[in-house]
Design a protein. Structure first.
Length: 732
């Protein structure tokens, strides 16, 4: 495969189908970054380390070593010995000193891809061309007795490079890891711009460009989850980068907790990108003989703009991260009762929804919050996961059987990580909530968080979920998390280990979801966190889909889904047709537009279908047929961004083309109508230029070359918020 080593010059080359990553050892033992970009066969680039240039030269008498360390392009920078830029690693010894100096020791090349204990990780695929290879570099600080393993994995079919780090204490003293990031890139500034994803509840993952200026730009979360507000992703782009042109250097973090993504530009026009667990509130005790594994980071370089970067991430996650048996299958069209009923429902109401849904081709009913304990509002009963038989008369199994008799599958909502102060569980175990002794616990959404750093609580929460799933034919779970972590303290951790809390909490969540999938391998799991508050690669390892946002308004969803699809496959985005007027923003939109936007994700409904008019029911049945017609293409195809409402303030357009270039589906959403406007010129992508394509709706024929270079002319739709699907089929 693509990993090569020049033993004489100590140069390491990692090549994917279209990219090359070079590292080298300077001054005998300093591991430096040399190059990341277009694929090259030549690896003789030692001069790129600038090892002989002042102030980078390592003088024998060490007169200017600090000057060198502060300018050298490190592969994995550390704190305390002269590099004053932000490090990846900060270690405190038993004396309270923070100093580390890593020296290259050895390398190893392995076939395959190692897993990470208790954490999500990419893996080699079983199909032809999906094999993996891994380079492991060993660095050492002899004074601390610390060994650092840097892992770089590549796959035959991907342009991504997967990085992870392991710290091993081989000395005789206790060490404290105060910071251990997973990836770093030291590069020369190319007049970079920075692209990040930001937002808030109901407005997640909006694409946001920034100019890289001297100093630091930090994207992060300290909420115990990746959050609605920031995404563990960043991309440096060269000036003028578009969907099809320009260089892109991107990083994404395979993790679901606190993170930091930082870009730093120094006075010498050097740029450092780094990504990993946020150091604030983090400290890991490393006793002699122990090790710590940091989560994986994904690196992607594209010389063909953002579009190529996007498709690299999509294919990587579909082929090498998402494990679900449903990955390459149509997901059942579901209807969720939340916006139809909120907490006000009983078994008869749910069966009535199921009966009507069945007539329209809907395939699953999902019972949301309110079915357990004394849960009649959001102020009580979380943790009391016993069926409320005053609502579900006859019990859960009786309800599931009645829904199954209507021809529908059954799904259920849980929030296993939470506990209400007004609950039997809290009254019995008040110490099970995360809390600081002597302080009142601050509530969010009337609830506290269970301390999942404690194994007995993990076991309890898991057993509650599993017991319900064992009791009836439940085929889908929506796993929710409706508040961030605060008031950090655990009865199970002493003062020396309290800095491990956040990471141990995430490991507890991962453990629960892994156990769930092992016991119920046919279960379709959808993660959620008050909408899209935990939409990250870590969660995709356990669930093939994640609820994208609580805002289902199709116009709001344009920017939300554009930003989400910048990294994540369309098949992973939970998307439903909402009630109208929309409950988040009050907007009134055509049912067709709500459907067309939802088709770009998993597709489903979140409304009271029994209240639809006959005309609306006919439309819904048609949308369901559209889902079955187009979903294989949307789920498996290549995604292209044609136009962005975020940029033009008028309309949005995206395209999905199958890998064989036989068909493509274009979705056009016109947000604003204006008089005296010409038709829109939509330049399509990814087609066979020599083939001819028929527009199914009209029978018109176009060459792929014409559609991609001259474009398709889309007439203005009268009125705001209109949409259209354009389905092109190659003529054989």
């Amino acid at each position: 495969m693509g990993i090569r080593v020049c033993e004489e010059k100590k140069i390491f080359s990692i090549s994917t189908p279209n990219t090359t990553y070079l590292m080298g050892v300077a001054a005998g033992s300093m591991l430096g970054h040399m190059y990341y970009g277009k694929r090259m066969d030549d690896m003789d680039g030692f001069y790129l380390l600038r090892a002989g240039a002042t102030p980078d030269e390592m003088h024998i008498h060490r007169r200017e070593k600090v000057g060198c360390l502060d300018t050298f392009s490190f592969e994995y920078p550390v704190w305390g010995t002269g590099d004053f830029r932000d490090p990846c690693l900060c270690v405190r010894d038993e004396n309270g000193c923070r100093a580390c100096e890593l020296h290259y020791e050895s390398y190893e090349i392995r076939e395959g891809k190692p897993a990470l204990a208790g954490m999500p990780a990419t893996f080699a695929g079983k199909e032809a061309g999906q094999a993996a290879q891994t380079l492991i570099l060993t660095l050492r600080d002899e004074v601390l007795g610390l060994k650092i393993l840097l892992r770089y994995s590549i796959f035959e079919d991907s342009d991504a490079i997967i990085r992870s780090v392991t710290a091993v204490n081989e000395g005789g003293q206790k060490l404290y890891l105060e910071k251990i990031l997973s990836a770093c890139l030291d590069m020369d500034n190319e007049n970079f711009d920075l692209l990040t994803l930001h937002g808030c509840w109901a407005r997640e993952r909006h694409i946001t460009p920034h100019k890289v200026t001297e100093g630091k730009h930090i994207v992060s979360s300290l909420r115990g989850e990746t959050s609605h507000h920031m995404q563990p992703f960043m991309a440096l782009t060269t000036n003028g980068t578009s969907q099809t042109e320009g260089s892109v250097y991107a990083m994404n973090f395979v993790y679901s907790g606190n993170f930091i993504a930082e870009t730093e530009l120094d006075h010498r026009e050097s740029v450092r990108m780094s990504l990993g667990i946020h150091p604030d509130g983090f400290e890991w005790v490393l006793n002699p003989g122990e090790q710590f594994e940091a989560p994986e980071a994904v690196l992607v370089y594209s010389a063909q703009g953002l579009g190529k970067m996007t498709r690299t991430f999509h294919d990587l996650y579909k082929n090498h991260l998402i494990r679900s048996k449903y990955l390459h299958s149509k997901r059942p069209i579901l209807i969720n009762n939340w916006e139809a009923t909120y907490f006000d429902f009983d078994d008869d109401k749910l069966v009535a929804i199921a009966a009507e849904a069945s007539k329209l081709g809907i395939e699953m009913l999902v019972m949301d919050d309110g079915w357990f304990g004394k849960r009649c509002n959001d102020e009580c009963a979380l943790g009391d996961w016993q069926v409320n038989e005053s609502k579900l008369r006859g019990g859960l199994k009786a309800l599931v059987d009645r829904v199954n008799e209507q021809g529908l599958k059954f799904g259920i909502w849980f929030e296993p990580e939470m506990i209400s102060p007004d609950s039997d569980l809290y009254r019995a175990h008040p110490d099970w909530a995360i809390q600081v002794p002597g302080r009142p616990i601050n509530m969010a959404r009337h609830q506290y968080v269970l301390d999942l750093t404690r194994q007995e609580i993990v076991d309890y929460a898991y057993d509650c979920v599993a017991k319900i799933l064992r009791s009836a034919n439940i085929e889908y779970v929506k796993w929710d998390m409706n508040r961030p972590l605060s008031d950090i303290g655990s009865a199970a951790l002493d003062s020396e280990h309290m800095g491990e809390f956040y990471h141990r909490y995430v490991l507890g969540v991962y453990q629960m979801q892994e156990r769930l999938l092992q016991e119920f391998p046919d279960l379709l799991l959808e993660n959620c966190s008050g909408g899209g508050g935990r939409f990250d690669p870590g969660m995709l390892y356990y669930s093939p889909q994640i609820w994208t946002s609580d805002d289902m308004d199709p116009i709001e969803r344009l920017s939300i889904q554009e930003g989400t699809a910048l990294i994540y496959p369309l098949s992973s985005m939970g998307a439903h047709i909402c009630v109208c007027p929309n409950h988040s923003v009050g907007r009134i939109t055509p049912m067709e537009t709500r459907a067309h936007v939802a088709l770009a994700g998993t597709f489903g409904y979140e409304l009271d279908i029994t209240k639809l008019t006959e005309e609306e029911k006919k439309k819904a049945a048609g949308f369901n047929r559209d889902y079955h017609k187009y979903n294989d293409l949307i789920r498996e195809g290549d995604y292209y961004r044609i136009a962005s409402y975020r940029e033009n303030a008028m309309y949005d357009c995206w395209q999905v083309t199958d890998k064989e270039q036989k068909q493509c589906l274009v979705t056009y959403v016109q947000v604003r109508y204006e008089t005296e406007r010409k038709s829109r010129r939509l330049k399509l992508c990814g087609l066979d230029p020599k083939a001819r394509y028929r527009l199914e709706e009209t029978g018109e024929l176009y060459s792929g070359e014409m559609l991609m270079n001259a474009g398709y002319l889309q007439e203005m739709i009268f009125g705001d918020y209109g949409s259209r699907l354009l389905y092109f089929i190659r003529e054989e």
